[in-house]
Write a protein that binds this ligand. Sequence first.
Ligand code: NCD
Length: 342
Amino acid sequence: MMRHLISAADLTRDDAVLILDTAEEMARVADRPIKKLPALRGRTVCNLFFEDSTRTRISFEAAEKRLSADVINFAAKGSSVSKGESLKDTAQTLEAMGVDAVVIRHGASGAPYRLATSGWIDAPVINAGDGTHQHPTQALLDAFTMRRRLIGPDAGLGQGLDGKRITLVGDVLHSRVARSNVDLLHTLGAEVTLVAPPTLIPVGVENWPCEVSYDLDSTLPKSDAVMMLRVQRERMKAAFFPTEREYSRRYGLDGDRMARMPGHAVVMHPGPMVRGMEITAEVADSERCTVVEQVANGVSIRMAVLYLLLGGNEPAVTHPAPATTPATKRSAPASASRIEEK
Ligand code: NCD
């Protein structure tokens, strides 16, 4: 395993599958009456959030607490950053306090990389979203959700997403979720198609490992999962489409459009959703939409990443593939208890 998690593009297929498999173990902890493992007892993790967040921040905090870490939450608002303190000074303060890992979300693309490579801090750095660049734990939780839904929690162990057709729809230009997903899904063997108005497709996309289409209706019947992306108005400095109504009409997902998807296909969204814009309430609340599941899976993925970066010298997953062990489910507590022993 690598020392930091900065970009989904840094993950090898083996790394990614190990994280997904470890997250399956962690998900089983969430089914227990006491949802806690002592794996990171005595370790301090700092959540450094320079940008707004609901899901990601709470999810990291829940993951850290479930692994028994001590948690320090730092929000830029109300800290000395609003007095002009630099990232370097903030990092050196954390280093002086002896933090063991830093989770960072920052509006500037590259801030987590800078933190990891600057020498200001010795701890592993986990990117929780930087500018329009990367959001690797989101891509991992999305891949985990796809693997569970399209292959199955047990059947998926040890596997990637080979041959699965994944469509990402919307504001690709401003989306770190899209970038991370394209990288990771490609590594895991999926076929990715981006659908957006031409103005919301980044320059240089021809070098990305994916297809591009401007026609949502023709792509839906060929998709195993369709991920809707929010239009990120806070990052827009120009008009990228005529009106919201026009955008929704061509690129929004409503009930009629969802009916064009194959019966087994799922609708995904990283959140926050703007109902009525990229997704209607009917679709968001339907059985086929995994948005709430993605949030729950996010905790398992972040537990796995923290465990592997901080605690685990050896894989937490020890059981063989489910095909050879019909009793995989029953073997889970034994391997989870191996995590507890660490
Ligand atoms: C995304 C983000 O912040 O990049 N949300 C998330 O982390 N769950 C996507 C978005 O803000 O639209």
